[in-house]
Structures are given as structure tokens and as C-alpha cells.
Ligand binder design. Structure first.
Ligand SMILES: [Zn+2]
Length: 76
């Protein structure tokens, strides 16, 4: 039985794989980094709870907005 040799071989293989994995940090650099949008296209109105893109104010961090309908309520 030559168990010591087997273990040594496995150890060498795992180290080889480790070093290979460490040499592949190039994936992310190929994709263009898009800047995060400051203002989302749609937001949820804090007054009526409606998801709308027709707002006059929107908080990009929370996604809360105030829609134009709530800003200017219909007047007869
Ligand atoms: Zn609203």
C-alpha cells in the first residue's frame, strides 16, 4: 500500500487547482460597469401607494415617490 504517495498526489493537485483559481480574476473587468441610476424610472407613491413613473419627486434610495396626482389633486 502506498497511501502516503496518494495523499501527496492529491495534495499537489488541490494546490494546483487553488493556484489556477487565484489566477482568474479577469472576468469582471470585461463587463462594463454601469453606474447605478440615481432616480428610478418608477416609484411607489407614499400617499396613494400606486407604482408610477409619473411622479414629481422620487427617492432613489427607498423607491418612494410622490405622484403628480397627489401633488396636484383634481379640482373642479
Ligand atoms: Zn399618489
Amino acid at each position: 500500500m502506498e497511501r502516503k504517495d496518494e495523499i501527496a498526489e492529491l495534495d499537489a493537485r488541490s494546490k494546483e487547482l487553488e493556484s489556477r483559481n487565484r489566477e482568474q480574476p479577469r472576468y469582471s473587468s470585461q463587463e462594463p460597469t454601469r453606474p447605478a441610476p440615481v432616480v428610478p424610472r418608477e416609484g411607489t407613491c407614499i400617499h396613494c401607494g400606486k407604482k408610477t413613473a409619473s411622479y414629481w419627486y422620487c427617492d432613489g434610495a427607498t423607491g418612494e415617490c410622490e405622484c403628480k396626482e397627489c401633488k396636484t389633486p383634481e379640482k373642479i
